[in-house]
Write a protein that binds this ligand. Structure first.
Ligand code: C2O
Ligand code: CU
Ligand code: CU
Length: 491
């Protein structure tokens, strides 16, 4: 049973004054909002944002058929938020939609009331209101933000969130965001009903595979894929001098896609995963699961045009971009991605320091990932989370919390009983990834870990950020039908 007092406690987050909280954008906002008669009053409430993320509806047709997009700043992906480590994050989210919204700062270690998850840490921002998010930035690296309300993320309500490191150890000449998206061209709220009644076609002739282990199952066929908002037939391009070093911040901002990424004839030097540094490793391609990021340094060896290909696993399509030297026009000789050479393996990622958590009480939980394909429900330890996606819920749905104590070293042993992959994400923390349960001192730090089909993996983190933290699969369709739990502890 859900604890109502917890809900009441959490909903008061919306009334926090000045430092963070809800602000009415126009007269007639709900009574709980602080009164403000015109947008200028935002500033008189003490909110002096560095960025205003104004969410509004737009009609786009990147693949021919019009879609209802929800965007910040009118662009796909949304407005880039860029800070330096140590800065105070001061971002005003304006809701200019006709439905509620709430933005989440994926991968950031935030105070729980700034985490942006409806029904877990805040009331959604009503239409016509704004919420001021303010907290100190303790991390550096490549992150992203996205709506955590309903299926809005799949409609484009997301964007890059970059935090530069004042002590950056790597030298590079350019710093570029490469943001990957998938585009559904049927209304997003029809996808789950169509999966359930069997009318949604997932029909792929010759899908890209992860390896030779057989086809990679996916839930939904997308109309197509974008790099920095651009489709493959009108790709994003960037000119780079031969030999210049570019840091590419690869962000998988998709709803449910896995991309295998390579640049023809260019090696990828991996320097960070999910915003955390790794011992640099050079590969020819890498796979990025939904919500993951990878930073790579690349250089174009000589004059020419080089295709950046991001093949969507399980689909026969993908995203495309072009890096070229300034003396040539960007062009793509061969549309089809083929991969050869060395692929980054999860076990290639090593932290450059000892990540062992000093002694403390240990708590280990088994987390069984399962699904019911007939009903199209997804579960963690047999539980389907009911909200904020009650629309697609069912009678047995219930909220399920892991009760831990502050100071615990918490370990989750994932067991994936399903033939699909699940990119599992924990809010408010970063974790050590223990491949196949092996604990190495240099276990890498991430915020989203892929549990491969029928696979196992373990993560471990220190419970040092009290609050209520959503813990879920980042496949938006799996999340929407319950693949979530929460971790909860007090100060
Ligand atoms: Cu990317 Cu629950 O978050
Ligand atoms: Cu998150
Ligand atoms: Cu999943």
């Amino acid at each position: 049973m859900f604890d109502l007092s917890r809900r009441r406690l959490l909903s008061t987050a919306a009334a926090l004054p000045v430092s963070s909280g809800l602000i009415a954008l126009s007269p007639g906002g709900p009574a709980e909002a602080q009164a403000a008669d015109n947008p200028e009053d935002i500033w008189s409430h003490g909110a002096n944002p560095d960025f205003v993320l104004s969410a509004a509806k737009h009609e786009l047709a990147p693949f021919g058929k019009p879609i209802q997009a929800l965007l910040t700043g009118g662009t796909w992906p949304g407005t880039t938020v860029r800070y330096r480590k140590g800065d105070q994050f001061r971002v005003l989210v304006e809701n200019r939609l006709d439905v509620p919204t709430s933005l989440h700062w994926h991968g950031l270690i935030v105070p729980t009331l700034e985490d942006g998850v409806p029904a877990v840490t805040q009331s959604p921002i009503p239409p016509g209101d704004a919420f001021f998010y303010s907290f100190p930035l303790k991390q550096a690296g490549t992150y992203w933000y996205h709506s955590h309300f309903g299926l809005q993320e799949q409609q484009g309500l997301s964007g890059p969130l970059i935090i530069e490191d004042p002590d950056e150890p790597h030298a590079y000449d350019e710093d570029l965001v490469v943001y990957l998206s998938d585009v559904a061209d049927i209304p997003v709220n029809r996808v789950i009903p169509e999966i359930r009644d069997g009318s949604l076609q997932v029909n792929v002739a010759d899908p890209y595979r992860l390896s030779d282990g057989g086809p990679f199952p996916i839930d939904v066929s997308y109309a197509g894929y974008l790099v920095n908002g651009r489709p493959p037939f009108d790709p994003w391009t960037h000119a780079l001098r031969p030999g210049a070093r570019a840091r590419l911040r690869l962000i998988n901002g998709s709803g449910s896609s896995y991309f295998r990424i390579a640049i023809d004839g260019v090696a990828l030097e991996v320097i960070e995963a999910d915003g955390s540094r790794v011992v640099p490793v050079t590969v020819d391609d890498l796979v990025l699961s939904t919500a993951q990021r990878c930073d790579v340094i690349v250089a174009l060896p000589e004059s020419g045009s080089y295709a950046l290909r991001a093949a969507a696993l399980g689909d026969d399509k993908g995203a495309l971009a072009v890096l070229h030297t300034p003396d040539v026009q960007p062009k793509v000789a061969d549309r089809r991605a083929t991969f050869s050479g060395r692929t980054l393996r999860d076990s290639d990622l090593r932290a450059p320091w000892d990540t062992v958590i000093p002694d403390g009480p240990r708590r280990t939980f088994k987390v069984v990932l399962s699904g019911n394909m007939r009903a199209y429900l997804w579960m963690m330890n047999g539980n389907s989370w009911p909200e904020p996606y009650a629309e697609f819920g069912h009678d047995e749905a219930k909220e399920s919390f892991y009760e831990v104590q502050r100071g615990d070293i918490v370990r989750f042993d994932f067991v994936n009983e399903t033939p699909m992959a699940h990119p599992m994400h924990l809010h408010g923390h970063v974790f050590r990834v223990l491949d196949d349960g092996r604990d190495r001192p240099d276990a890498p730090i991430r915020d989203t870990v892929t549990v491969w089909p029928k696979g196992k993996t373990s993560i471990e983190f220190l419970a040092n950020n009290p609050g209520h933290w959503f813990f879920h699969c980042h496949n938006i369709w799996h999340l929407a039908v319950g693949m979530a739990q929460a971790v909860s502890y007090r100060a």
